[in-house]
Design a protein around this ligand. Structure first.
Ligand code: FES
Length: 484
């Protein structure tokens, strides 16, 4: 039977009240309040004769209670009060940020040019206040140098609890450099299960003129606190029913190995019958991140893992494959390794844009199914198409439940920038089109987005847009779903 995802019903007073209470409670108590709120809602519905369908189908979608974390308690106020209250809150946050933490936002909320910083990172200048609505702090518990130009930062929640994540996901890290808050996405390189999963870490590769990557490479230290969002991202491997054997293919270039090594180790641990092939391109031996880790995985999983290092400029002593990892080289390596694409269940690719484009073209040309190809494309923002929206200010209407708010989007702003600047509580994480956290349904109007981004063909067909890389082409109405 086709099953439709549950939809959130419009928020009620009890939801806002619960949100207020949970803000003041620790995690476990908050979860109990949340559960009580859901139970009371169901009881109230039942008393009114509304019983949820036992199974949600395409025709009978369940309307579940909205997630508390998505509720803004100020939305409980009448419309004419909510707007000013949100503005005041934003101003207070900016003030506290400046006076208490010494973070001064730039005078203008302006999205600057994006620059490549590493294989999985890019720059997004932000106003000081918006990201404070959702960012949290994690602690650097260990710093380990991987290569001369790459460092791993081991992280835990500030309360000491382990960081939870899925293999292949990334964290958005905010760092203030010269008074400007900059955001980068760094993939978690640890496996999500099995040996090493208790030591989550991001790996940051230094790049030429990369302000954040250089700062973290030079100055990250044990005990340091980082402002982060996430983990997020959909570059993940969906589990196969236990016992199922499959062949997984991974192609990585440079620091694109960070999510890939997490996926490889997790798949080897979680799927004892799976076979894994990794083709990994770098310039020279000293540039290979995780050389030892990959060797350890090979030793731990004999006969199940193939790692093919391909170097474009190796030393004369190198005995492995040579060449720039372009389509011809990759095709040659797949042939040499005897990889039958027809027998590959899923393929994951992450690395520099030219390598990714070449891998994609080769795989599709050889008949590999598009739906089985997964790509992580954070690394090359300069190669992305710009979103060409309207050149004049456009109205944006945000529909949430029964309320709707109007915002004006300036030509220089994305939908997300404009909504945040107006004090709207907006979900987002990576702010670069890579995680889907800012996804909303476009009810009316047209939105131009930077491409490529993480939206699937199905999501596009369903009307989803990404507010973080979307610009209005005219008046636009968006909803977070459930009120379409
Ligand atoms: S915030 Fe990640 S895609 Fe928009």
């Amino acid at each position: 039977m086709l099953v439709r995802a549950p939809e959130s019903r419009p928020p009620r007073s009890i939801d806002y009240a619960a949100r207020l209470v949970t803000l003041a409670l620790p995690g476990r108590a908050a979860a109990k309040v949340d559960q009580a709120r859901r139970d009371l809602s169901l009881l109230a519905d039942a008393a009114r004769g509304h019983r949820p369908a036992p199974v949600a189908t395409l025709d009978t979608a369940v309307q579940c209670a909205p997630a508390l974390s998505e509720l803004d308690t100020l939305d409980a106020l009448p419309g004419f009060l909510a707007g000013p209250a949100k503005s005041a809150r934003r101003d207070v946050r900016v003030l506290v940020d400046a006076l208490v933490y010494g973070r001064r936002p730039p005078p203008l909320v302006k999205r600057g040019a994006r620059h490549r910083e590493s294989g999985t990172a890019q720059v997004v200048p932000l106003a000081g206040s918006p990201s404070l609505t959702v960012s949290r702090r994690v602690k650097v518990v260990r710093v380990e140098r991987e290569t001369k130009d790459a460092v791993s930062l081991y992280l835990s929640e500030v309360d000491g609890h382990p960081l939870r994540f899925r293999a292949g996901q990334f964290m958005s890290v905010d760092v203030v450099v010269d008074g400007v808050r900059l955001r980068r996405a760094y993939s978690l390189a640890a496996p999500a299960s099995g040996p090493g999963s208790d030591a989550p870490h991001i790996t940051v590769k230094r790049v030429h003129e990369g302000r954040v990557s250089n700062q973290l490479n030079d100055h990250a230290h044990e005990g340091m606190l980082l402002d982060v969002l996430g983990p997020s991202g959909s570059f993940v491997l969906e589990p196969k029913p236990s016992g199922a054997a499959r062949h997984l293919l991974f192609v990585a270039g440079g620091s694109g190995i960070t999510p890939i090594v997490s996926l490889v180790a997790t798949a080897l641990h979680d799927e004892p019958e799976a076979r894994v092939t990794l083709v990994y391109g770098n310039r020279a031996e000293q540039d290979v991140i995780f050389m030892d880790r990959l060797a350890a995985l090979l030793a731990a999983h004999p006969g199940r893992l193939v790692v093919d290092h391909v170097l474009s400029d190796p030393s004369s002593a190198w005995e492995g494959a040579r060449g720039l990892l372009d389509g011809a080289t990759l095709g040659g390596r797949l042939d040499a390794l005897g990889v039958q694409l027809g027998a590959v269940d899923q393929c994951f690719v992450c690395g520099p844009t030219p390598m990714m484009d070449a891998a994609r073209a080769l795989l599709l040309e050889r008949g590999f199914e598009k739906g089985r190809l997964h790509e992580e494309r954070f690394g090359q923002p300069e190669a992305r198409t710009e979103a060409r929206g309207a050149t004049t200010p456009q109205p944006l209407t945000l529909k949430r439940g029964q309320s709707s708010h109007k915002v004006v989007v300036q030509p220089s702003q994305t939908l997300l920038d404009a909504a945040l600047a107006a004090g709207e509580a907006m979900p987002f994480s990576c702010a670069m089109g890579g995680c889907g956290a800012c996804k909303m349904i476009c009810l009316d109007g047209e939105v131009a987005m930077e491409e490529p981004n993480c939206l699937s063909d199905d999501e596009r067909a369903a009307g989803y847009v990404l507010t973080c890389v979307g610009r209005p082409c005219g008046p636009v109405t968006l909803t977070s779903g459930g009120s379409r």
